[in-house]
Design a protein around this ligand. Sequence first.
Ligand code: PMV
Length: 326
Amino acid sequence: MKATAVAPSNIAFVKYWGNADPRLNIPFNNSISMNLSAAQTRTTVEFDPAFTGDTLVIDGRPVIGAARTRVVRHLDRIRALAGTDNYARVVSENNFPMGTGIASSAAAFAALSLAGTAALNLDLSEREMTALARQGSGSAARSIPDGYVELKAGGGHTTAFAYTLFAPDHWDLCDIVAIVSRREKPVGSSQGHGAAETSPHFTTRLAELPARLKTVRQALRNRDVQALGEAAEADAISLHVVAMTSRPPIYYWAPGTVRLIHAVQEWRRDGLPVYFTLDAGPNVHLICEAEHGADVLGRLSQIDEVIETLVSGPAEGAHLTDDHLF
Ligand code: PMV
């Protein structure tokens, strides 16, 4: 009744923002991402009839409050699938430094879904596993399959699932996260999804997406960094326009965010093919082909606002391991 899973975080080139069904976390739009090799979570789950409650420890610290409640709700989904009411002990560790502002919910709910179902001997297909992970955190569905992944909006629980578009070795892309602020973000993505529809720009964003999704699939297939990068930048800005014009408005950017958006444009004018994307936070993801990674890192080291960097390539999805945390 014990199992351990490792799952990567991911960065989306076309992002998920807004839920058609908030109860089931069914997104309004498809999204496309790459799993990140340098941002992984390992989680051990054990169910035991002797436990008197669910316990959660992340990076050595017991977790209570809203974060624990979100995990307990996900354990409840797994328990319902297995028809058990045994409580669980969940211990989780991130291999990337905490406080770097990397969205960890994707890796966390992917690892929890895989370890939790394995601990109860549930035999889910990859497609079913992605739909389960999606209920914990929409982006977590994309951390189950390998490499470059698309999450279908689908419209229903079984049709909103994720699958591999291309294996990790299809293209050696590089994602460099430039940490420009360690401040806890004021508004989490769950609240952001809830507010999305209040923006007058949300319908414009949704109307743009079918063409952008097609461009990104094609750019990945052709390993065309310019087409991918331009689409990823447009998508990130469109998400932030929606966030900034929601009611109440959400401003995720810090001074360093703007500094890096300008720097990336300047570096491109110098001939360096690098592009940016931004999740629901101030830190900037720089996207380039692996051969240009060192050049980008060198330039980032000259920028005062950059506190730290984290370099990833494409990674496989969630998988089980015998390397238990307890
Ligand atoms: O999975 P959530 O609810 O944390 O939402 C993810 C939101 C973004 O990271 C901004 C976009 C995405 O698709 O990853």
